[in-house]
Design a protein around this ligand. Structure first.
Ligand code: CLF
Ligand code: SF4
Length: 320
């Protein structure tokens, strides 16, 4: 059944009832949910296929994270086991997200396998993916078929001339594209992907990193564009300059300017304002990261399998 929901700021949304129910338990998509519901990130996606100037690849993907934190990387099997452990320990775990430490779709086999394995042991959990969007034209259909209803795409601009200042290169289908050529491919693929996902009932969150003097003046345009493509919400994030990145000497985004930008864009589109720029292995409520409790990579743990109900000792083993 399709129905239309208008929020208090009157943004019409087309989504089925099940998806809207899930969204009310999603701590990032729903402000109210973030006080009660926890998410966990599974770091199963180490590689990336683009190079953002605000990124230093020693750290997690800055499109969803603060620079300066690094995560372990897990195999899909270890990720499933870690999920079971965390689910048995943490109350109100509603979302499993895959947000790096690289790009989810540059590691699609791992990501798909992880989702499939977790679906075998849990039918309730909500899956969430974060991507730069380059590979969406190739994988959006599979994302929809897997039943993923929440996808974040980081889209910082709508024209290649700005993109060339943000992306050093784009590695697409085995070729490396620099400057405007790379940005053009990335932007086109993001737009195609967002539109496809939205048309197929996925609630798309568009993250935008606000970089003064680079894309800040054009952000309202990006937000309107996201809205027209059918996105559900935008999340304008501050630049936190990463040491070793091209933008390392840029000033961090001024919080007052960020707030003003969210106010301006809020006239067009629902805005997320409670993002914590979490790490790729974040666990718990958005305000209370418990990832360190679960990061003892090789500890053996008793885990009750949600599929067969048996308990077994498993090692939460890292990928490398
Ligand atoms: Fe994770 Fe991202 Fe899904 Fe949330 S985080 S993949 S949408 S479950 Fe949330 Fe963290 Fe902000 Fe992301 S607070 S960085 S918006
Ligand atoms: Fe870094 Fe993420 Fe950009 Fe890849 S998409 S270069 S991991 S910020």
């Amino acid at each position: 059944m399709i129905f239309y929901c208008a929020s208090n700021i009157d943004f019409a949304l087309q989504a089925d009832a099940g998806t809207l129910e899930m969204t009310s338990r999603h701590p990032c998509y729903s402000y109210e949910a973030h006080h009660k519901y926890a998410r966990m990130h599974l770091p199963v996606a180490p590689r990336c296929n683009i190079s953002c100037n605000y990124c230093n690849r020693k750290y997690d993907c800055v499109n969803e994270s603060r620079p300066g934190v690094t995560s372990e990387v897990l195999t899909p099997e270890a990720a499933r086991d870690k999920f079971l452990l965390v689910r048995n320990t943490i109350d109100h775990l509603s979302v499993v997200g895959i947000a790096g430490p690289g790009d989810a779709l540059a590691n699609w086999d791992n990501v798909r396998r992880t989702i499939e394995l977790i679906k075998e042991v849990d039918r309730e959990v909500i899956f969430c993916l974060s991507t730069n969007g380059l590979m969406l034209p190739k994988y959006a259909r599979e994302i929809v078929e897997l039943g993923v209803k929440h996808v974040t795409v980081t889209a910082n601009c709508v024209e290649a001339v700005t993109g060339a200042k943000i992306y050093k290169h784009v590695n697409y289908l085995g070729r490396v594209y620099k400057g405007k050529a790379g940005a053009e491919i990335l932007i086109k693929n993001q737009q195609k992907g967002i539109e496809y996902l939205a048309r197929h009932g996925v609630l798309v969150k568009v993250n935008i990193v606000m970089v003064k003097g680079i894309n800040d003046e054009r952000i309202p345009e990006v937000v309107r564009f996201a809205k027209n493509l059918g996105a559900f919400i935008t999340n304008i994030m501050p630049l936190v300059p990463a040491p070793g990145s091209v933008f390392e000497n840029f000033a961090p985004t001024d919080p007052a300017e960020l707030d003003r930008m969210r106010d301006i864009c809020g006239q067009d589109m629902r805005q997320m304002r409670h993002c914590k720029q979490c790490r790729a292995d974040a666990i718990g409520l958005l305000n209370e990261d418990r990832s360190l409790e679960f990061s003892a990579a090789s500890k053996k743990q008793d885990i009750a399998c949600g599929g067969c109900g048996t308990t077994r000792k498993v090692a939460i083993a890292p990928f490398y």
